[in-house]
Design a protein around this ligand. Structure first.
Ligand code: 13P
Length: 251
């Protein structure tokens, strides 16, 4: 089994100078950490500073989205090869905020995921239900649809390289974390769908991260669930001490 992945999504926070300051504080706090992979996803502009700050450490850097063309007349967009050229290794795809505010759909999530893989980046593909969908008993069908249309178009080699993040939209930035049991149940639905398409071994190797109000005081209980193979942290990843406590949830 691969190591868990403890990832931070900074969203639209921090300048390059803030990024350097974060890493100065964060580096010593995780210098001895070996039990997990650490991935930090700052805004595009901060990628070079983050890559430079993480050089020679156990940390990896990711972007928060990408466009699927390699280059072209697409004002404002950034491509996979451009992200890779900074030294970044990961990219978040289909975050619920991208779906909600920027019109991303399962179809464009799939295009972006394939483009990320072609650029040599590890996509962190996000899925998750809204509150109304959970309350009306649609969680399972929403997750299945997102997996079917956003992920199942990958071939087996491509699938082996992705990470999936389960982020219930009602738990993002709200302080309402899914209980470890709720998260584990959703993860097992995702893994079951992936098993159907890609088989036991590939589904067993898949790492599914949980995201949504992960904090230093709930990371350990979430990570105690066998189905949870890491976390994708928003707000609590902006502060070096708090993200270090999450990364080092065992101690
Ligand atoms: P919060 O941890 O701030 O709830 O954000 C979660 C998230 O959206 C990570 O991608």
């Amino acid at each position: 089994m691969h190591k868990p992945v403890m990832a931070g999504n900074w969203k639209m926070y921090k300048t390059p100078a803030d990024t350097v300051a974060f890493f100065e504080a964060f580096r010593p706090l995780v210098a001895a950490t070996r039990h997990c992979e650490i991935v930090i996803c700052p805004p595009f502009l901060d990628l070079p500073a983050a890559v430079e700050s993480a050089r020679g450490t156990n940390m990896q850097i990711g972007a928060q989205t990408l466009y699927w063309a390699k280059e072209g007349a697409f004002t404002g967009e950034v491509s996979g090869p451009m992200i890779r050229s900074t030294g970044a290794t990961h990219v978040i795809v289909g975050h619920s905020e991208r779906r909600q505010y920027f019109g991303e759909t399962d179809a464009t999530v799939l295009k972006r995921t394939i483009a990320a893989l072609e650029a040599g980046l590890t996509p962190i593909v996000c899925v998750g239900e809204h509150l109304a969908q959970r309350e009306s008993g649609q969680t399972e069908s929403v997750l299945c649809e997102q997996c079917l249309h956003g992920i199942s178009g990958l071939d087996a080699q491509q699938f082996a390289k992705i990470l999936i993040a389960y982020e219930p939209v009602w738990a993002i930035g709200t302080g309402k974390t899914a209980t470890p049991e709720i998260a584990a149940e959703a993860h097992s639905i995702i893994r079951r769908e992936m098993r159907r398409k890609y088989g036991d071994q590939a589904a067993g190797n898949l790492r599914v991260l949980y995201g949504g109000s992960v904090k230093p005081d709930n990371a350990k209980n979430l990570m105690a669930q066998g189905e949870i193979n890491g976390v994708l942290v928003g707000g609590a990843s902006l502060d070096a001490a708090s993200f270090a406590k999450i990364v080092n949830y065992q101690s």
